[in-house]
Design a protein around this ligand. Structure first.
Ligand code: HEC
Length: 243
C-alpha cells in the first residue's frame, strides 16, 4: 500500500504555530498508517480467516501487531518502534498497537472457529473495531475513524460528521482535488481546540467484489454493492487530535 502523501492543504489563519501543526499532522498520519498496516494484515489473511478447514489461523494480537509494524516499515521506511515512547506520537502509536492487539485477542474464538467459512471478519469491520477500541483507551484525547461519503456509508457508526461531509464534498470530491492529498485544519470539536486530518482512500480492484457492480446486488457480507469503480473515492480516514 502506498505511503500517505503529505501535500499542503494547511488551513490559513490557524491558531497553532506552523511547526506544532506540522507535528500534529505527522502524528495523525503515523497512526493512520499503523491502522492501514494492520488492516493489510487482515486482507492478506482473508482467505485463511475464511477457511472452514483451518482452526488456529495464527493471527494472534501479537502476530498482527508485528506484521502491521512490518507493513508500516514497507510503506513508509520508518519503524514505529523507533519513535520516542514519551512523545505524543509515541504514546498514540502504542495506543494504536494496543487497540489492534485487543481486537485480535478478543476475536480469536470467532476467527479460529472450525467448520464456518465466511465469518464477517473483513478488513473494514476489523478497522472499525480497532478505532472504537482506540477511542475507549484514549478517553477523548485523540480519535481515529474510517468514514465515507454519506451516500456510500454502510455502517452508520461510520457516518461522517458535518465537518467531514463538508471536506468530502468541497475538497475530496472536487474534480481538481489532487488525488491522495490529505486535508488538515486546526479547528474546534465540541468547543475543544483540535487538529483534524483527513486522508482520502480510493477503491482498488480488490474492493469491487463488495463495493462494485452491479449496484444493489448483495455482496458476501450481506450489504448491497455501491456500483463503484476502481479509483473512486471510497472512504476517508479521519483523525482528530485534541490540543
Ligand atoms: C468482503 C467485502 C468487502 C470488501 C472486499 C471491501 N469492503 Fe469495504 N466494507 C465492507 C463492509 C461489510 C463494511 C461495513 C463494515 C462495518 O460493519 O463497519 C465496509 C465498510 C467500508 C468503509 C467504512 C464506511 C462504511 O461504509 O461503513 C470503507 C471506507 C470501505 N469499506 C472501503 C473499502 C475499500 C477501500 C476496500 C478495498 C481496499 C473495501 N472497502 C473492500 C465490505 C467490504
Amino acid at each position: 500500500m502506498a505511503a500517505l502523501v503529505l501535500l499542503g492543504a494547511l488551513a490559513a489563519g490557524m491558531p497553532l504555530g506552523r511547526a506544532a501543526m506540522q507535528d500534529d499532522v505527522d502524528t495523525a498520519l503515523s497512526i493512520a498508517e499503523f491502522l492501514r498496516g494492520a488492516r493489510t494484515v487482515i486482507s492478506a489473511g482473508q482467505a485463511r480467516i475464511n477457511d472452514p478447514a483451518v482452526g488456529d489461523k495464527g493471527l494472534s494480537g501479537d502476530v498482527v501487531v508485528d506484521q502491521a509494524i512490518q507493513n508500516v516499515i514497507k510503506a513508509t521506511g520508518a519503524d514505529p518502534r523507533q519513535v520516542d515512547a514519551g512523545s505524543e506520537k509515541g504514546r498514540l502509536l502504542a495506543a494504536m498497537a494496543l487497540a489492534v492487539k485487543e481486537v485480535m485477542d478478543a476475536n480469536q474464538p470467532l476467527i479460529n472457529q472450525q467448520g464456518t467459512g465466511f465469518k464477517g471478519f473483513v478488513p473494514a469491520v476489523f478497522a472499525r473495531l480497532v478505532t472504537e477500541q482506540f477511542r475507549r483507551d484514549q478517553s477523548g484525547r485523540a480519535e481515529i475513524k474510517v468514514t465515507a461519503p454519506p451516500e456510500l456509508v454502510r455502517n452508520r457508526r461510520a457516518s461522517p460528521d458535518a465537518f467531514e461531509t463538508d471536506i468530502i464534498r468541497r475538497k475530496f470530491q472536487s474534480p481538481d482535488w489532487v488525488k491522495d492529498s490529505i486535508y488538515s485544519e486546526a479547528t474546534t470539536v465540541a468547543g475543544r481546540p483540535a487538529t483534524r486530518v483527513l486522508v482520502p482512500e480510493y477503491y482498488g480492484a480488490g474492493c469491487l467484489a463488495c463495493h462494485g457492480s452491479p449496484k444493489g446486488e448483495i455482496d458476501i457480507t450481506g450489504y448491497p454493492k455501491e456500483g463503484a469503480s476502481q479509483g473512486d473515492l471510497g472512504g476517508v480516514i479521519s483523525i482528530t487530535l485534541f490540543d
